[in-house]
Design a protein around this ligand. Structure first.
Ligand code: GSH
Length: 218
């Protein structure tokens, strides 16, 4: 039995969504970002940097969402969610799959500043403004690419599942105006039954209590 180590609303949502797309049986074990459990001996034995996701599968543990997503897609070729080595779209697939993590690192920095850092006076407005601009650049790249593509690499693939954490988070910090292609892509994702099933098992987006997080006053 596969076990996915998960935090609701976190990057592990990518793997949860892909497990649903693949129709696999799995057990979900929820952890918390704030109770210290990700630094417990038990969890560090699964994921040495103390991060989710980690997955127990095929007699071992894999950490890093990109590695897990690639592994799952490649070990289930019948689902057609990863262009094979040698296929023309293979390099595009790898680019976009890993692009998601470039964007997620910026989202994580914004989450830390807007939500987790205590006291709020410890926040750096210049850094928040810089990361908001850097996030907008990644969204512009997606917007331009999606003008000519329904999914990141032509057909739906595991690279799209890597957007599972990003797609909700990005619009909390950058307004949707000017990102029509990205909004339509978000709607296509939201319409997928496997994505909806994953959100249901995730238990809802508990991380964000506001639709939008403005930069604090200078
Ligand atoms: N590159 C890693 C990043 C994982 C990561 O940072 N996950 C966050 C949740 S979205 C986490 O576990 N944070 C806990 C912490 O930083 O203590 C991956 O893609 O799996």
């Amino acid at each position: 039995m596969i076990t996915l180590h998960h935090v609701p609303g976190a990057r592990s949502l990518r793997v949860l969504w892909l497990l649903e797309e693949l129709g696999l049986d799995y057990r979900l074990r929820n952890w918390s970002l704030t109770d210290g459990s990700l630094r417990s001996e038990e969890f560090l034995a699964l994921s040495p940097a103390g991060r989710v996701p980690a997955i127990e599968i095929d007699g071992r543990v894999i950490f890093e969402s990109g590695a897990i997503v690639e592994y799952l897609a490649e070990t289930h070729p019948e689902a057609g969610l990863a262009p094979a080595v040698g296929e023309p779209t293979r390099a595009d697939y790898l680019e976009w799959l890993h692009f998601a993590e470039t964007q997620a690192n910026i989202l994580q920095a914004l989450n830390i500043h807007h939500i987790f850092l205590r006291p709020p006076s410890a926040r750096s407005r210049p850094l928040m403004a810089l990361d908001t601009k850097r996030l907008a650049v990644t969204m512009r790249a997606l917007e331009d690419h999606l003008g000519a593509h329904e999914w990141l690499v032509g057909r739906f693939s595991a690279a799209d599942c890597m957007m599972g954490f990003n797609i909700d988070a990005m619009f909390r910090f950058v307004r949707a105006e000017g990102f029509a292609n990205l909004c339509a892509y978000r709607d296509r994702i939201a319409a997928r039954p496997a994505y909806r099933a994953a959100l249901e098992k995730d238990g809802g987006m508990t991380l964000y209590t506001r639709d939008f997080y403005e930069l604090p006053d200078a």
